[in-house]
Each structure stands twice: as C-alpha cells, then as structure tokens.
Design a protein around this ligand. Structure first.
Ligand SMILES: O=P(O)(O)OC[C@H]1O[C@H](O)[C@H](O)[C@@H](O)[C@@H]1O
Length: 314
C-alpha cells in the first residue's frame, strides 16, 4: 500500500486530527496524542508493536507467544516534540554520541527527534508487517546536516523484529556517518543476565576515558557499564535466567556494538529513567557503526545497517 498522499492530503490530516485514529492497513492504525505526536499501532497475528513517527522509533514489540515484552520502555518516558523517547529502539544518526564540533547539535544525531513519514505498509508472506518510513526534510535536519541524502527505515514486526536503515548519498561528494540502533532490551534484572558473543573483542571503555582493552569473558554487570566494541560484526545473545529466555541480536552492515547499563547513580541523575530501580530491568545492546568504524558513503551509493531480534524461551 502506498500512503504517500496521507500527510499531504488536508482531508486525511483533518480526519486524524478529529478522530485521532486512521486505519492505514488491516493490521496498522495511525494515532495521534494531545501533543500532536503520531504513532503506528500494529496488531497482526504474530505480535503487537508501537512505533512513534517521531524518530521512526519502535517503542514496543511483543510476539504473541511471549508473556514479557522484549523492549524496555521507561514508565516516565517523555512524549514531546523534539525530544527522544527513553526506551525501545532509538535511531542514532548521522552521528553517535556528541557532535564532534557543535554542542548545540542533538546528542546521538537528530534522526531520533525529527518526524518521519510513512511511505509503505505491507504484510510479508510469514504474516509479519513491514513498514517503510522516510525521515522528513525539516529545517532543523537541514541546519544540522546541509548536504542532500535520503534516510529510509524499514521496520518488520512479526515473530522477530527487524530494523533496516538505508542512507543514500545524494550529494556530489563522499560523506561520513556514525549511527546506531540504541536498543533497550527488557530483562528480569541486570544481575540475572550475561551477554555472549563479544569475547576476544577490543573495546573502548567510556568509564575509563576511552581506554582500550580486550574482553575475555561473557559480559556480566555490577555497576555502570559503557563499552564500545570495535570491529565487532557478529551476533550476540542476552541470556536472562530470570525470564528463562535468550534474546538473540543479529546484524549486518554494522562493525561496532555498544553495551550500556547506566547503573543506579547515573540513572538517578536522568529525568526519564522511571522509578529508582527501573534501570535494573534494561540493558542496551546497540547495533552501531562508530569510532574506528564510521562509514564513508560515496555519491549515489546506499549504505544499509540492519539488526534483527529473536527470542528463544528456555
Ligand atoms: O541519554 P542518551 O543521549 O539517550 O544516551 C544514553 C547513552 O547512550 C549510549 O549508550 C552511550 O554509550 C552512553 O554514554 C549514553 O549515556
């Protein structure tokens, strides 16, 4: 289904304004809250999901065979124009972390706070729902990145969640990006999990002024943890003995993985991390290209980063 005319049509915009709900597809409803933020609510035979059009941000995804959600979403996340939502799958683009030269530019890039528009909604042969979104060309996006590009996210929700982000260089010169799916995974407790798949990898430790070390063991957590695993292009698995399940994170087009747990002290300083112990129920496993693995995109070329999440119950 092509919904390209949806936002351009005053009739459709008014319908959404008045009714706050608009059916885009058999399994997808577009809704709007009081502040004007819009969401896609997906309910298909395999899962439910919620996507904010601001940031192409997957806020929730839950396969129907599971009791616990797969993504963590803060209970006091802010739903405000121009601010990122704490939880789910924020898209960091076209830089990861702080902008290298201008501190007024959005941390982790502007893609997560800009509205995106729906360009297609479809069902896959397996019964999943595939939604394509394109980032709008707003003055704010232009202020922070002046050269021409297109940025398209394809989000597929079913038994698995897949996110693909395609950057096309429309300029007449190469440009460089860093990027991430900053995914917050829902876990039983940070003390119950270990993460495998990162052993023997070199990491830069943000807690130790970016010192580099080699990871020898599966990751476990006993305080704030913020590591950037360089040249890591393989998959990893979160083992959660509290929820008796594994969350497999597989990827392509990504050579960096970031693992982040804020710990009690940092969480207490953040306004949108929910109740005091809520941080214990999340760990971020971020499919990334950053630091040594920033991506050069030549004119006319497209680069795609993809991540897929699958849950195995034990
Ligand atoms: O608060 P945010 O801008 O969403 O960033 C949250 C976190 O993101 C990443 O994982 C970084 O490695 C952390 O250093 C940062 O604190």
């Amino acid at each position: 289904m092509n919904t390209e005319t949806l936002e351009a049509s005053p009739l459709d915009a008014n319908t959404l304004q008045t009714k706050k709900r608009l059916k885009l597809h058999a399994h997808v409803m577009q809704t709007q809250d009081e502040s004007g933020l819009q969401y896609l609510e997906v309910d298909n035979p395999l899962c439910t999901a919620r996507i904010a059009l601001q940031g192409a941000h997957v806020m929730a995804w839950q396969p129907k065979f599971l009791v616990q959600p797969v993504l963590w979403l803060s209970s006091n996340a802010r739903y405000v124009k121009g601010r990122s939502i704490r939880g789910g799958v924020p898209i960091c683009w076209p830089w990861f972390g702080a902008h290298p030269t201008d501190s007024t530019f959005c941390p982790h890039g502007f893609a997560r706070v800009i509205p995106w528009r729906v360009i297609d909604v479809d069902a896959t042969p397996t019964g999943a729902t595939r939604i394509m979104l394109e980032m709008a060309d707003t003055p704010e996006a232009k202020r922070q990145l002046s050269y021409p590009y297109t940025l398209v996210a394809t989000i597929t929700v079913g038994r698995r969640l897949r996110v693909d982000l395609a950057t096309t260089n429309q300029a007449d010169h190469p440009f460089v990006i860093s990027e991430a799916f900053h995914t917050y995974l829902n876990i039983s407790d940070i003390a119950n999990v270990k993460i495998t798949g990162l052993q023997d990898c070199v990491y830069s430790d943000k807690m130790l002024k970016y010192e580099r070390h080699v990871e020898h063991n599966p990751l476990t957590f006993d305080g704030e943890f913020d590591r950037v695993f360089i040249n890591h292009s393989s998959d990893c698995t979160v083992h959660d003995k509290g929820y008796n399940r594994l969350i497999h994170v597989s990827k392509s087009g990504s050579d960096t993985t970031v693992v982040w747990s804020p710990g009690a002290e940092k969480s207490a300083q953040m306004a949108d991390m929910g109740a005091p112990d809520e941080w214990r129920k999340m760990v971020c496993v971020e499919t990334t290209n950053a630091m040594d693995n920033m991506v050069v995109i030549n004119p006319g070329r497209t680069h795609v980063i993809s991540a897929e999440y699958a849950v195995e119950t034990l």
